[in-house]
Design a protein around this ligand. Structure first.
Ligand code: 4AD
Ligand code: MG
Length: 462
């Protein structure tokens, strides 16, 4: 019989997907998920992170040192297996590996915290360095990565340039005062800004938008995709102190076009994970959020509702529903109001636009009514606000007036107002909270479980 060379560099996913590999010899590395030891042969399931499902390995007692070998293998251990891919007689999987040799790479003692049972997500957060080996967090990681890939694909397909905006900044974009200060000064010298590293007060960015605008006002359509930081003391399942945001910015663009890009982008991401993360999405549908696939399909096939803030307030009034918080014109919509609109009234994603000027940051474009600005929020059932965006104020006199009204130093924002002085253009953009999108696509409940190492008040471990 002719022996073929062993194929290396394969993953569990490739072996499972490629029927041509049956009867060939392969080498595969991974971690043991479970092992069932018997006298004359044993079964091990290994996983290498390439897909949700494991690969079954048959270990016959004909292998050298069978008993000692099998004794050394345990859940969590890492191994390199060489063997032949065979059609699996059981109905559970298509193929399995008939091992010809197994090398133990790293043994795993009995106190391994991930024994074969379901652990709570709260517990898994305390072992964030090991949780990528679980089915759920592994699946989240694959979906998250695919959403990032879909983001770059979507904007690249439309000719947007990817711009890297700074993480350390001296200007507050959102004006909400939730800034982390960056300093090399000792505590006692905190007020001597000019002696600090940057000779000015510096912060971690809350948004790359202002910098993205400078590139849009020179290069057309751009987007950023980076970490942002907010010292919000909100201990909710939707807030992080460090989260990732995608911020497209488009020159010669108004709010209507901005809303359409937002809707197209969200749908593109959903379509991509449904096409390319099928196994993981089915897993979430079964074990995490029943009906997830129907929910995503419905969103894909829907046209997002568009409703002005003023009409939204009217809808809340007509609802006759008892809300905890008030919702008079001029007040912020609370999440219970947003949820009512998206989940009960429209039962699909809804874009609320034209908010009262007093509720929004200095950079949003004033509408002709003198009361509202060209802002928009995309509200998603089950999530709430996924996107915040606006058309930007491109008129120099108005933006200068806005800075005054918001008590912002015109000297600090001179570079920003210059864009309005030299060849100003109407432009618009938005920010999508990446983790909230991962939540939506996976059905996971807590935002801390869809980012590898969550940073929240009192938590900066790992
Ligand atoms: O609505 P926000 O504050 O908008 C901006 O930052 C604009 N500069 C965006 C722009 O126009 N370029 O934030 C945008 C999105 C929110 O809709 C939400 O999804 C997410 O960022 N977000 C958070 N996600 C997790 N944790 C937090 N603390 C978040 N704060 C906002
Ligand atoms: Mg917002």
């Amino acid at each position: 019989m002719m022996t073929l060379a062993t194929q290396e560099g394969l993953t569990v996913k490739l072996i499972k997907q490629n029927a041509d590999l049956v009867d060939t010899s392969v080498k595969i590395s991974g971690w043991i998920k479970t092992i069932r030891k018997q006298k004359s042969f044993s079964f091990a399931e290994i996983n290498d992170g390439s897909c949700l499902s494991n690969l079954q390995i048959i270990i016959n007692d004909t292998l050298d040192n069978y008993e000692a070998l099998v004794d050394s293998l345990s859940t969590g251990a890492s191994v390199e297996v060489e063997g032949v891919v065979v059609k699996s007689p059981g109905g559970k999987q298509a193929v399995e590996i008939q091992a010809s040799s197994i090398a133990l790479i790293g043994s795993c003692p009995e106190d391994y915290p991930l024994q074969k049972k379901r652990h709570s997500f709260e517990f898994l957060r305390t072992i964030a360095h090991l949780r990528p080996r679980t089915n759920s967090i592994g699946a989240v990681a694959r979906v998250r990565s695919k959403l990032a890939y879909a983001t770059h694909t979507f904007f690249n397909n439309r000719g947007f340039l990817y711009v890297h905006t700074p993480i350390i900044t001296a200007s507050d974009c959102e004006g909400a005062g939730e800034l982390f200060r960056v300093t090399t000064l000792e505590e006692t010298n905190f007020t001597k800004d000019q002696e600090d590293f940057f000779a000015t007060r510096a912060y971690l960015t809350v948004s790359g938008q202002l910098n993205a605008e400078t590139y849009a006002c020179g290069l057309g359509n751009v987007y950023t995709f980076g970490p942002t930081f907010r010292a919000e003391n909100s201990n909710t399942s939707r807030h992080l102190a460090e989260f990732w945001m995608i911020e497209p910015e488009m020159a010669f663009c108004d709010l209507i076009q901005d809303m359409q890009v937002a809707e197209d982008y969200i749908k593109f991401m959903i379509q991509t994970v449904m096409d390319e993360c099928q196994e993981d999405i089915e897993f979430f549908d079964r074990f995490v959020e029943k009906g997830l696939i129907d929910k995503l399909t419905l969103t894909l096939n829907s046209t997002f509702e568009r409703v002005s803030y003023t009409d939204a307030i009217e809808i809340l009034k007509q609802s006759n529903k008892k809300f905890e918080f008030s919702y008079e014109w001029g007040e912020n919509l609370q999440s219970e109001h947003e949820r009512y609109l998206a989940e009960e009234h429209f039962n699909k994603p809804v874009i609320v636009y034209d908010y009262p000027k007093s509720l929004k940051p200095f950079y949003m474009r004033a509408n002709d009514d003198g009361k509202t600005v060209a802002a928009m929020d995309v509200l998603i059932p089950g999530i709430g606000e996924l996107i915040g965006g606006s058309q930007r104020e491109e008129r120099l006199d108005i933006i200068e007036q806005n800075l005054k009204e918001h008590d912002l130093d015109p000297a600090v924002y001179g570079w920003y107002t210059d864009l309005r002085k030299y060849g100003s253009v109407p432009h618009a953009g938005f920010g999508l909270g990446f983790e909230r999108m991962v939540l939506y696509c996976t059905g996971m409940e807590n935002i801390r479980d869809v980012i590898p190492f969550p940073r929240t008040p009192d938590h900066c471990e790992f």
